[in-house]
Design a protein around this ligand. Structure first.
Ligand code: NAD
Length: 457
């Protein structure tokens, strides 16, 4: 049996070496899920809701242990691990409150003889291949509504969030979800690839664009329903009428929270020339105030870089920006180990010839570019292959709405950033993917519509 070595990114120490799946065990789990799914779909919705309520209660009861495990395997500051778990609860509450109405039969026509209804039936067996940066969020965005709507779930957490994935499965089983209906797989990309070879009714992926494309290519001949939630290079524009200090503090958090390892981290900032210097001064002061260090210290704000290879990506973006004339104001280098560490990094005098302004940094790094006005800012915001989120800081709501209507992004923010709501759909444009989770759309996406044509005799 192969094993997976899990290291603490903050120390390099081995945290666990669990047995991993292989092609044969993946096939067996997929077959068991296929066999178990019809009975789960036939279970009254009230019982499925009750199991998820018990799962929620268990998350609350074990919150401290779960947060510590998450920090030990991804290097996330413990306060932010607790925040992630606490942030999961309203998402679960939303799914608990909305599933029944979202999947209720819809009578759409009745002329006395002929009736028409739209039903919503589970897809069947769905796979969830997931990322490590917010494993509770991205895992449960799929797992919870998929289970509530009657699907069986084959869940491949990231190899960097395996223990958290195991906890999610354990707590769901303890809450009453049958073991074969919810199965976690242990392993890396090879185990994910083995999952693609199984008979699936849906594949819900969160991760990088490169892997998403690979998965889409692998599944294309089999016409499996596919959702891909991928990366971003999310821009924000600070308008001439904004409060530069308030915007700087908000955006420093949006760029550096979770050590910059969020799909919706602020990754590009455009600031009107009239307040550029005041903005930058407060931005840098805010970043210098972020405590970097032991992720288990509740005061720590910047933790470890979860994946060691990302450090080379950050180094390359720094070298490229410096070579092309950017001004490095703070950071720009690795921090001493053990473990994977990078100094919070702020550049000004950047432009779109630089990788830093084009490709996901996925670390505590940001470029701030001066602009002369709204049209230039909108053009720059749209000069990207991605389109996950975008924001504008201004006192003028009408102007914000006008500008954000012109920006190609799945989510847009006025005077806020790095925000996800269970009530709103989470989706992307362009290379940010073809995913859709959260909101009532993100419940129905785990069902297919069934058309009922009913004629009375
Ligand atoms: P990744 O693509 O490296 O891995 C994601 C998952 O795919 C992992 O579970 C991995 O084991 C699996 N995988 C790798 N190769 C595979 C293959 N050939 N076949 C099947 N599965 C395979 O991404 P990551 O480093 O885990 O996540 C970071 C990325 O995720 C960033 O780009 C980030 O922006 C993105 N992300 C997006 C969202 C969103 O909602 N749009 C949310 C979180 C993260």
């Amino acid at each position: 049996m192969p094993t997976l070595t899990i290291r603490n990114p903050a120390t390099g120490a081995i945290v666990a070496e669990p047995a991993a799946d292989d092609a044969a065990s993946v096939a067996a789990k997929a077959q068991a899920a296929r066999t178990a799914q019809p009975a789960w779909a036939a279970t009254p919705l009230g019982e499925r809701l009750a199991t998820i309520e018990r799962f929620r209660a268990a998350l609350v009861a074990e919150l401290e242990t779960l947060a510590a495990t998450l920090t030990s395997e991804v290097g996330k500051p413990i306060t932010q691990s607790r925040n992630e778990l606490n942030g999961l609860l309203p998402r679960i509450d939303f799914f608990l409150a909305q599933t029944e109405s979202a999947i209720a039969d819809e009578p759409v026509f009745d002329d006395g003889g002929m009736r028409e209804r739209i039903g919503h039936v589970p897809l069947g067996v769905v796979a969830n291949i997931s990322a490590w940066n917010y494993p509770y969020f991205v895992g449960c965005n799929v797992i919870v509504p998929a289970l509530l709507t009657g699907n069986a779930v084959l869940y491949k957490p990231s190899e960097f969030a395996t223990l958290t994935g195991g906890h999610i499965a354990r707590l769901l089983h303890a809450a009453g979800v049958p073991r074969d209906v919810m199965q976690a797989l242990v392993g890396g990309g090879d185990v994910g690839a083995a999952l693609l070879n199984q008979r699936l009714d849906g594949l819900f992926f969160t991760g990088s664009h490169a892997t998403g494309v690979r998965i889409a290519q692998a599944l294309a001949p089999r016409l499996v329903k596919l959702q891909l939630e991928l990366g971003g290079k999310d821009p924000t524009y600070v308008r001439a009428d904004a409060d530069p200090k308030a915007a700087a503090e908000s955006l420093a958090d949006g760029a550096m929270y979770n050590t910059g390892q969020s799909c919706c981290s602020v990754e590009r900032i455009y600031v009107h020339e009239s307040l550029h210097d005041a903005f930058v001064e407060r931005f840098v002061a805010t970043v210098k105030g972020f405590k970097v260090g032991d992720p288990m210290d509740p005061a720590t704000y910047i933790g470890a870089i979860t994946r060691a290879p990302q450090i080379a990506v950050l180094d390359a973006q720094v070298a490229d920006a410096v070579a092309k004339g950017a001004t490095l104001l703070v950071g720009g280098h690795r921090l001493p180990g053990p473990g994977n560490w990078y100094a919070p990094t702020v550049f000004t005098n950047v432009d779109h010839t630089m990788e830093l302004m084009r490709e996901e940094s996925f670390g505590p790094m940001i470029g701030i570019q001066k602009v002369r006005g709204d049209d230039e800012a909108v053009a720059l915001m749209n000069d990207t292959r991605y389109g996950l989120t975008a924001g504008v800081y201004t006192r003028d709501e009408a102007k914000a709405r006008e500008l954000l209507a012109r920006v190609n992004a799945g989510s847009v923010y006025w005077n806020c950033c790095d925000r996800v709501s269970p009530r709103l759909p989470w989706s992307g444009v362009g290379d940010s993917g073809i995913g859709l989770t959260l909101s009532t759309h993100g419940i129905r996406t785990f069902t297919r519509p069934k058309a009922w044509h009913l004629r009375a005799p």
